[in-house]
Design a protein around this ligand. Sequence first.
Ligand SMILES: [Zn+2]
Length: 72
Amino acid sequence: MSCPICDKDKVEEFRPFCSKRCADIDLGRWMTGSYAIASQDPDDDDELMEELEKKLGEIAAGGPTGDGSKPH
Ligand SMILES: [Zn+2]
């Protein structure tokens, strides 16, 4: 089985992906939902990473899923 994002050989640490980047990309696709990945252009990956970082920032800034480890 190979990385579902880029088809390279997977790496155990990041399985089923080949790298953290691909894992993040997959997460980004999942999180952004309707963000359609119509092409495989590397430029689109960069846009997606920006979108993902924005989403992660929103969550870190006060998402409802806080684990209480953050001091007030
Ligand atoms: Zn990959």
